[in-house]
Design a protein around this ligand. Structure first.
Ligand code: NDP
Length: 327
């Protein structure tokens, strides 16, 4: 049976993305066949769909770095027909055909079980953003940071990763300060669980290598001078989880916070993260996520709207997270 898929082609140096009918034989030959129930639209998917960033590594490509679905056939003993599964990253939607199609053929090592208490739609509202936020939270906890140690800063607070980071930290009892360029989002941050807000401008310009100790830890989604200023203001022995580059990929820092205050900078990658860490992160998300808050953050669109919404996403006109319904 033919199926609907978003397909990106690269012809005459131009990217073309279209909703197409494809045949099952066109799908890659991988052992676990999954009926995709929901995928999601991340910034990376937006870059791939619009051709505005060099995300896609081979053509034609079905985008979609996240998916949740049901196994319909498997020649790998790890999964059986009817299993509900989840995938984030591993180069899927970049090098391998991804979630924005009614079926995806996948490798078992990329898949984890969908936690029982999450629906496929909820899992895709959370997606790579929420999963990355939880990896950051777990890095702070592994470092031994306790709520009584002091406030935790979250930069890029209005974005997907920042919003989930605020909520998870707050659910775990931490005092959270949301750093944002959008003052109008204060009621939203409060609802997520932030106790305070700070203007993005206070951190985004070049600053001194060592500044007053202010925060026990931080989750940084923006990089550049912001990350430098955050590291310079972390309490003795504190930690910064670094996952993003919204301000820039540069890190014009001094070693002072690391060698004089024992500050730890923990790098967070979600794409190639080992399976055991993924399962632990998703279980923790399922444990702490408030479904009412999730319903505020998430919206669901159809595959027909994915191309237009990808444009909106890159234009910064989308608030919260977009799941794409496939079935
Ligand atoms: P979003 O685009 O949803 O959010 C980024 C936020 O950063 C914005 O909402 C904005 O927040 C803030 N921001 C934007 N531009 C600037 C700027 N010039 N200076 C300072 N702050 C800025 O992205 P996500 O939340 O999905 O991802 C956050 C970052 O993490 C991205 O860089 C992304 O590429 C990266 N990422 C990394 C992963 C990993 O595996 N390491 C996985 C997923 C994402 P506000 O308006 O509130 O200031």
């Amino acid at each position: 049976m033919s199926m609907r898929a978003l397909v990106i082609d690269h012809i005459d140096d131009q990217y073309h993305t279209q909703l197409q009918q494809i045949e099952p034989e066109q799908l890659p030959d991988e052992p676990v066949k999954v009926k995709v129930l929901y995928s999601s639209l991340n910034y990376k998917d937006g870059l791939a769909i619009t051709g505005k960033g060099p995300v896609v590594r081979s053509f034609p490509m079905v985008p979609g770095i996240d998916l949740a679905g049901e196994v319909i056939e498997s020649s790998d003993p790890e999964f059986s027909v009817g299993d509900r599964v989840l995938l984030n990253g591993w180069g899927v939607g970049e090098r391998y055909w991804g979630g924005l199609a009614e079926q995806a053929n996948l490798r078992a090592k990329w898949l984890i079980p969908l936690p029982d208490t999450l629906t496929p739609e909820q899992a895709m509202w959370i997606g790579t953003a929420g999963y990355t936020a939880m990896l950051c939270v777990m890095a702070l906890q592994r470092h031994g940071l306790q709520p009584e140690d002091g406030p935790i800063l979250v930069t890029g607070a209005g974005g997907g990763v920042g919003s989930f980071a605020i909520h998870f930290l707050s659910q775990l009892g931490y005092h959270v300060i949301a750093v944002s360029g959008r003052a109008e989002l204060e009621p939203y941050f409060t609802k997520l669980g932030a106790q305070q807000m700070m203007a993005r401008d206070e951190l985004s310009l070049p600053g001194k290598p060592l500044q007053k100790e202010r925060w026990a830890g931080a989750i940084d989604c923006v990089g550049s001078h912001t990350l430098v200023n955050v590291c310079a203001s972390i309490n003795y022995g504190g930690i910064v989880a670094c996952c993003g580059l919204a301000q820039g990929m540069d890190f014009p820092a001094s070693v002072a916070p690391f060698i004089l205050r024992g500050v730890t900078l923990a790098g967070i990658d979600s794409v190639m993260r080992p399976k055991a860490d993924r399962i632990a992160a998703w279980q923790k998300i399922a444990d702490v996520m408030d479904p009412t808050i999730l319903a505020e953050i998430g919206q669901t669109i159809s595959l027909d709207d994915a191309i237009s919404q990808a444009e909106q996403l890159l234009a910064g006109a989308v608030r919260g997270r977009l799941a794409v319904q496939l079935a």
